[in-house]
Structure formats: structure tokens, C-alpha cells
Design a protein around this ligand. Structure first.
Ligand code: HGY
Ligand code: MN
Ligand code: MN
Length: 413
């Protein structure tokens, strides 16, 4: 029987989205669910019940990734699908969560219709991707699987309240000394379904995209320091004002990306002023730079232009300049054979798609270290994400899941 006959029940998918999205619900449609939080524990417990109920063998690995395994009759390396369970603060119901649910629904439907696969199929809920609690955790779940996480990271990765990730792990019953046990070397392919988080599919009037590349991205934290002084009595021409420097730098950084044109992007999403008082010339301004480009040379140009701009402004205004790179990820290309497989599956299902690069970072970018990867994007309403307003229609989601299920069937049965 063709996979096209697979019945993916949209109302069941919607129920799963709403039930998982209720854990950490924040305001109307927002979700606030950071790694190792009580909401994170509750979400993984719900997923474990669902995985178990669908006949998958459930286990949690050393960093808290949750795996649902459907063993294959012929052994060999696994075919894995999933995404991350943590969210921005707040995020929406779809970023990450949808990829876990899509993998679960697809593998459950395949098992019910076709029984045991030849190749082992695994669904994974990755513990942390967003960096929303621990800014330097960067893809903590998939990095542990690929062996990129170093033993000492458990003590140096700290959240915004000063809690070490090692202590947060212990609070949920995980042993930070065992993170090396999360490493996998038996994954042949990783396919991640994710919301697009941008406006391309909506502009094209299409429900689904196949991702052929993921952008390179760098997060930097910068601290400009000046001389704190009285806002009224101290003359403008004598000031070492870090806010004046920040204003010039922020505008220059963002304008650099704008002038380079798509897909170059630069965002300043966090900014802290000290002492943050209305009648005080600040002592310091600390801010983050999120800069991205999928092309290696253009990324280097973007970052070099940024660094030169900051040095010039700081020097001219007599400001201290300290910066630290929080993370830096190279762009990654999807495996061409998986892109072709996904395109073929969509074609057989008469689901129109386009291929595109991802401006967002994803766990797939990490899994590329140990496995072939490709991604399926589902249209985002108004191209929005990293906001409680993010939304994708059940119709588009079911289309994406059908492409995923067909690809998993071709790979594993
Ligand atoms: O920032 C990103 O691209 C991802 O959503 N964390
Ligand atoms: Mn995501
Ligand atoms: Mn995200």
C-alpha cells in the first residue's frame, strides 16, 4: 500500500499541539518552557507517555533528550526525526514542538499501517536548542549527541540568574558527569520538520518547503564602558558616553547587514544599561549581536565589518570595548539525496513545495556532524515566529507530516 493512503488525522495533531502547548502556556498562545524547568520536565513526561502508548521503547539520555525507538528487523544505523522541546521566553506553540509531534505522528502511523520497519526509526525530543535560559548552551541536546559538548561545559554554561547548567541538571535527576554517554554514532539520517519562521512560503502561496541549507550564525556579547556622570552638569564635548557609542554601533551593525542585502541579517535583541537611570550618563551598555549569513565568505565580511566598526567607534569616543563570542556555527548543506527523497515524496503526494535555505539555526545543523540531514518547513502565518503569535494551519502541518511519513517509509521500510 502506498504511503499516500496513510491517514494523518489533523484533529488528532491539533489536540497534541494544544496539549503540549498548554505546558508552559504564557498568555494567550505563548509558551515559556526552558530547559530543565518544571515545565520542561512535565512536557517530557507527557511525550514519554505518548511515545509509550504508541509502542515505542522510551529512554531519556544523559542530557535529557527523550527518545522513542521503533526497532528495525534488519538493525543498522537509525533513521531519526524530531526537534527541540524548549522555547524562547516566551515563544509559541510550534517552534521545536511541532517537529517532535510530527515525527511522533508519522512513526505512529507507519507502525500502525506497516508494522515493524527494516531500519530502526527513532523519534527524539531534544532537550535544549534556543539558548533561551543558558545563552551559551547552544544546541545543548544535539551537541551532546554529536559529541561537541565538553565535560567542563557543565560548569561554565550558566543561566541569566547565575545557575550552572550542572546544577540545573541535578535538580531534574540528571548527572552532569555522564553527558558523554549521550553521544551517538549509529544515526544514518536525521530529518527535522520545523515551521519556516519567515515569509517565503506565504509569499509563494505554498504549504511546505524542502530545506537545502542552513545559515551560519554567530552570537556575540559586547560591553561598552565609559565614564558615569551627571546628565545635566557634564558637557557633551567632554563625555565618554557608552550609550552614544552604542547608538552609533547599533545603527552601523544593522545597516551593514541591510546594505549587504538578503540573506545577510543582524539583530540586537538584548541590551542592558548600567546603572540605567534617567539622569545618569551610563557606566556601561552591554548588548548581544546575532549575525548570520549562509555564505562563508560573506559571513566573514559581515563579522569583520562589524568588528572594525566597533573598534573605531570605541576608540574615537574613548570607550572600553570587551566582546565574547557566545557561539559560532558554520552554515550546513542538507544531504542532496535526502533533499531529492523529500522532493520525490512531496511530488508523489501532489504536495507543491519549493526548496530554500533556512535563515534560522536548527538542531539539524548540529546533527550534520554525525549524520546526513534534511529539513521540511511548514508555512508560518505572516512569516512570524519567536513570538506567541506564531501559527501554522493544521492543513499545512498535515501536508508536512505526510511528506515526512513518506520519506521515513522510503528510508526505513
Ligand atoms: O535562533 C534561531 O535561529 C533558532 O530558532 N534558535
Ligand atoms: Mn526551532
Ligand atoms: Mn527558535
Amino acid at each position: 500500500m502506498a504511503v499516500s493512503a496513510l491517514d494523518i488525522d489533523g484533529s488528532q495533531v491539533e489536540r497534541l499541539i494544544l496539549e503540549l502547548g498548554a505546558i508552559g502556556a504564557h498568555g494567550g498562545t505563548g509558551v515559556w518552557r526552558t530547559v530543565y524547568s518544571p515545565e520542561w520536565v512535565e512536557a517530557n513526561a507527557l511525550l514519554a507517555r505518548w511515545f509509550e502508548g504508541a509502542g515505542l521503547a522510551v529512554r531519556q539520555d544523559a542530557v535529557g533528550n527523550l527518545w522513542g525507538r521503533l526497532p528495525g528487523s534488519e538493525g543498522g544505523k537509525s533513521i531519526v526525526s524530531g526537534s527541540h522541546v524548549d522555547t524562547q521566553r516566551p515563544g509559541g506553540r510550534y517552534d521545536g514542538a511541532l517537529g517532535i509531534l510530527a515525527a511522533f505522528v508519522a512513526v505512529k502511523a507507519l507502525r500502525e499501517r506497516f508494522g515493524q520497519p527494516k531500519r530502526t526509526l527513532e523519534v527524539v525530543s531534544l532537550c535544549e536548542e534556543e539558548g533561551s535560559r543558558f545563552p551559551t548552551a547552544n544546541f545543548w541536546g544535539s551537541s551532546a549527541i554529536t559529541g561537541r559538548t565538553r565535560a567542563q561545559d557543565v560548569d561554565t554554561v550558566v543561566d541569566f540568574d547565575g545557575v550552572r547548567i550542572a546544577d540545573a541538571m541535578r535538580q531534574v535527576g540528571l548527572d552532569p558527569g555522564r553527558i558523554g554517554e549521550a553521544v551517538r554514532d549509529d544515526i544514518a539520517a536525521f530529518i527535522e520538520l520545523h515551521i519556516e519562521q519567515g515569509p517565503i512560503l506565504e509569499a509563494a502561496g505554498l504549504p511546505v518547503a524542502i530545506v537545502e541549507a542552513i545559515t551560519g550564525m554567530r552570537h556575540t556579547e559586547v560591553c561598552l564602558t565609559g565614564v558615569q556622570n551627571h546628565a545635566g552638569a557634564f558637557p557633551m564635548d567632554l563625555r565618554n558616553d557608552p550609550m552614544a557609542g552604542f547608538a552609533e554601533i547599533a545603527s552601523g551593525l544593522i545597516d551593514t547587514a541591510h546594505r549587504m542585502g538578503r540573506p545577510a541579517v543582524t539583530t540586537i535583541g538584548r541590551c542592558t544599561v548600567a546603572p540605567n537611570a534617567g539622569a545618569v550618563i551610563p557606566q556601561s551598555v552591554t548588548f548581544t549581536i546575532d549575525a548570520r549569513h549562509p555564505d562563508l565568505d560573506k559571513r566573514r565580511h559581515l563579522y569583520a565589518t562589524h568588528d572594525a566598526l566597533m573598534r573605531e567607534v570605541a576608540q574615537r569616543r574613548g570607550l572600553g570595548l570587551e566582546s565574547r563570542v557566545l557561539f559560532n556555527h558554520e552554515p550546513r548543506l542538507s544531504a542532496p539525496h535526502l533533499v531529492a527523497l523529500l522532493k520525490g515524496a512531496a511530488g508523489e503526494l501532489d504536495i507543491p513545495t519549493l526548496t530554500m535555505a533556512s535563515g534560522a539555526g536548527h538542531d539539524s545543523q548540529q546533527m550534520a556532524e554525525i549524520a546526513d540531514f534534511a529539513m521540511i518547513f511548514v508555512r508560518s502565518k505572516d512569516g512570524r515566529s519567536h513570538t506567541p503569535e506564531e501559527f501554522s494551519s493544521i492543513e499545512d502541518i498535515v501536508a508536512g507530516i505526510r511528506v515526512l511519513a513518506s520519506a521515513l517509509h522510503k528510508l526505513a521500510y
